[in-house]
Write a protein that binds this ligand. Structure first.
Ligand code: PAF
Length: 283
């Protein structure tokens, strides 16, 4: 497996691959890889000749210093895991901040037509400017044909599609289904930081989402939301930050159901100091 930490090196290699007419997939990650990431990489390998996996904990998308500091960094085991998937067709690009940011580690400011103002945007100030900035930089360096993102961060996925559309970047964004533990907990790098009691409690999030989906078949948005809020109000360990039923395209909170629209339920929960998010398609 090839490993690069400098933009200049990987740019030269990519230019050579492009001259040969090979297709390139990109899987951007912040490392601490788990099976969910590996699913993205495997899909990218099926659909492209070569795959670039970026591993970079992006400082500009964190609005909380402590969260950034505590984010798991496990480069060695990440590389070992990727080796088990493919020795020949994966290139890893794990830059230092100054390399990818050209010594100017700040976010660009974006207008994502209001998608950035909903849900995560309300609770994580500047988060999507940081995501947009780093993802655009990776697109510029790698110039992939296809880029792969998980639906666990569904709002991020919609925002990246918007970024590509607005800036007219010639690439295909592929959204991939949420990959879950056997108990339903959405896979996330943050799960490794859960203390045992919270790890045991966390599948309650997905169980609640699946029941909310069933209730949504017959009940109003308001009733389902109230039901979910009550479930968490009495929970000993998990603290609900938000539960929102939103239109899948606009991400605006739904008021009344219309069978012309597709809806998704979005949730953010604190398990101790670890913030977990998840979502589910409702119709
Ligand atoms: O989803 C993530 O891991 C990050 O937000 C991403 C897309 C790699 C950008 O840093």
């Amino acid at each position: 497996m090839e490993f690069y930490s400098e933009k200049e090196q990987i740019t030269t290699i990519i230019e050579a691959l492009k001259l040969k007419g090979l297709t390139l997939g990109l899987v951007p990650t912040m490392g601490a890889l788990h099976d969910g990431h590996l699913q993205l990489v495997k899909r990218a390998l099926r659909e492209n000749d070569k795959v670039v996996v970026t591993i970079f904990v992006n400082p500009t998308q964190f609005n909380n210093e402590e969260d950034l500091e505590k984010y798991p960094r496990t480069l060695e085991s990440d590389l070992e895991l990727l080796e088990t998937v493919s020795k020949d067709n994966i290139m890893v690009y794990a830059p230092l901040a100054n390399d990818i940011y050209d010594d100017d580690i700040v976010s660009q400011s974006f207008d994502f037509d209001g998608l950035e103002l909903e849900m995560e945007g309300k609770f994580r100030d500047g988060h999507f400017d940081g995501v947009g900035t780093i993802v655009k930089r990776f697109f510029d360096v790698v110039k992939p044909h296809n880029a792969y993102f998980g639906e666990k961060d569904f709002q991020q996925l919609q925002i990246i599609k918007k970024l590509v559309e607005k800036l007219d970047i010639p690439l295909n964004i592929v959204g991939c289904e949420i990959y879950r533990e056997a108990n339903g907990l959405a896979m996330s790098s943050r799960n490794t930081r859960l203390k045992p009691a919270y790890k045991e409690a966390a599948p309650f999030i997905y169980r609640t989402l699946t029941t909310a989906k069933t209730l949504f078949g017959t009940d109003s948005v308001e009733k389902v939301t109230e039901w979910v809020e009550n479930q968490f109000a009495t929970h000993d360990l998990l603290e609900l930050e938000y539960f929102i039923i939103a239109d899948e395209k606009t991400l605006k909170t739904a008021v009344q159901k219309s069978n012309k629209n597709s809806y998704r339920a979005f949730i953010a929960v604190y398990a101790d100091d670890i913030r977990l998010i998840d979502n589910i398609a409702l119709n």
